[in-house]
Design a protein around this ligand. Structure first.
Ligand code: GAP
Length: 481
């Protein structure tokens, strides 16, 4: 039986990854709370994104802006006028759904005609201060705070084109019909980068040579128009055929590779080019990274070419120059957003947990095969029997200062291994009677169930290698004492 999104949401609740918000009040549609394991996994995902795309790069810097901003930001960005969906109502089934256009819609339940109720702005409004009518919005994307702060960041961090500004934070959309668990919620997190280049250098990406032979699955606009499937294509061909610009293709490749590097199965990933009629009001080209969920191929990441739209709008509305003096050409230019990698953190979370979930009939339990760098708990420490508690606690006290560990002495060791598998714990350390004499213990690998006996004194070093993915378990097997 294929894994459904309901299976994932039930599993997430049962294990303490994600709960429906306000469940004691009957829950609140479109809102979710992350539990003890969920918050760790989500933080690890955010940290890995931030590490790779901000800290390890010289051309990207980060900010952490506010959720509520000056309302003119949203007038300038076009969200007040254009961030809308069509609402359709089915009087018979009493449901409201989002439509793609005003051309009518059938109810998916009763198949009857739905009533077009006009358009609905997806921004949440909020009153600021005590004065009635002093209204602003909860940000529907983190991007606009980056544009509003663009000049300050460029000047204070002394950034030169091409460069990016990144932000991770909450975004809010009053979705008409939130659905598919975390996939479409009303409060979520985004990790966005606005990557600014000289307007005449949209193709001049110096890093592209590292990705030229990198292959991706891609569903082009042309193939969609001809009812064809996605094909495999190299980044070189994507640029050569002018499907995407150099900088946009590069950033798409970087994120596609991130998902592969952290264990997503290649057959479950693809790029999809937006059709002209789908493009958002600010975009001249857009691509999604899609994941093959049980409910179909769905967007987990978007990347738009926003051109000069946002900076020009903010220049006009704020009456402030956001031009950049280009020393090479000795001219002032409005920087061009050649790529906007926009990553939903909750969708990344859903992708990683779905792809890692394996119902192992032989073992009789679920194994969450998360990459060790993402796993919420890194190490489980077990005494073989309760008599060995003191020694095992001693080991636990050392390890917990280095890694997020749990101590488990409840039930048989087999049962404890199964529980650890379901939490995605990559390595379990067991203290047995021999430990008292030989000062060694076993490490058990979650995915293969193989075990290796090593000195307790070497544990921190060995686990560090394994958990950072710099050392493979096969290599540790050679250290057996
Ligand atoms: N700044 C561009 C932007 O916001 P988007 O395609 O509307 O573009 C970017 O959103 C990403 O944000 C999506 O790829 C998705 O991962 C995430 N996202 C958008 N709406 C969401 C929702 N209602 N629930 C969860 N994630 C959402």
């Amino acid at each position: 039986m294929a894994l459904t999104i309901e299976d994932i949401s039930v599993f997430c609740k049962k294990k303490g990854f994600v709960y429906p918000n306000s469940e004691i009040y009957g829950s609140f549609s479109g809102f979710f709370d992350y539990g003890p394991l969920g918050v760790e996994l989500k933080n690890n995902i955010k940290n890995e994104f931030w590490k790779r795309f901000v800290q390890q790069r010289e051309d990207v810097v980060g900010i952490d802006g506010t959720i509520i901003t000056h309302p003119n930001v949203w007038k300038a960005s076009g969200h007040v006028d254009s961030f809308t969906d069509y609402i359709y109502r089915c009087d018979k089934c009493k449901v409201m759904l989002k439509g793609d256009n005003d051309k009518g819609m059938k109810c998916p339940k009763c198949k009857g005609d739905m009533k077009n109720e006009g358009v609905f702005n997806l921004m949440f409004t909020t009153q600021v201060g005590p004065v009635k009518g002093n209204v602003s919005y909860l940000r529907p994307e983190t991007a606009q705070v980056i544009f509003a702060d663009y000049k300050l960041v460029q000047e204070t961090a002394r950034m030169k084109l091409p460069f990016g500004i990144a932000q991770i934070g909450k975004a809010f959309r009053n979705e008409i019909s939130p659905r598919d668990f975390l996939f479409r919620s009303r409060e979520f997190e985004q990790f966005e980068i606005e990557f600014f280049v000289h307007p005449k250098k949209v193709d001049d990406c110096p890093y592209i040579k590292d990705f030229e032979s990198f292959k991706v699955n891609i569903l082009t606009a042309e193939n969609q128009n001809n009812n064809k499937e996605h094909v495999e294509m190299s980044i070189k061909d994507i640029i050569g055929k002018k499907i995407a610009s150099g900088w946009q293709a590069y950033w798409l490749a970087e994120y596609y590779k991130f998902f592969l590097d952290f264990g997503i199965k290649p057959e479950n990933l693809r790029l999809r080019e937006h059709l002209k009629e789908e493009l958002a009001h600010y975009a001249s080209a857009c691509f999604d990274i899609e994941y093959k969920f049980s409910f179909g191929w769905k967007e987990i990441h978007g990347n738009a070419d926003r051109g000069q739209f946002d900076l020009k709008q903010h220049m006009e509305f704020s009456k402030t120059s956001l031009e950049y003096y280009d020393e090479e050409s000795k001219e002032k230019v409005v920087p061009y957003v050649a790529a906007e990698p926009s990553q939903g953190i909750d969708r990344a979370f859903l992708t990683f947990i779905t792809d890692a979930y394996e119902d192992d009939k032989k073992r009789g339990n679920i194994i969450l095969k998360l990459d060790p760098r993402l796993a919420p708990v890194k190490v489980g420490v077990f005494p073989l029997v309760n008599k060995l508690n003191d020694k095992a606690k001693e080991v636990f006290e050392v390890l917990k200062k280095e890694f997020n560990c749990i101590y488990d002495k409840g039930g048989s060791v087999g049962r404890r291994y199964a529980r650890a598998d379901e939490q995605g714990i990559p390595y379990c350390v067991t203290i047995d009677f021999d430990t008292l004499n030989d000062k060694a213990c076993t490490i058990r690998d979650r995915d293969s169930t193989k075990q290796v006996r090593i000195k307790v004194n070497d544990l921190v070093n060995v686990l560090n290698g394994l958990l950072s993915c710099k050392v493979k378990f096969e290599e540790v097997l050679k250290l057996e004492v």
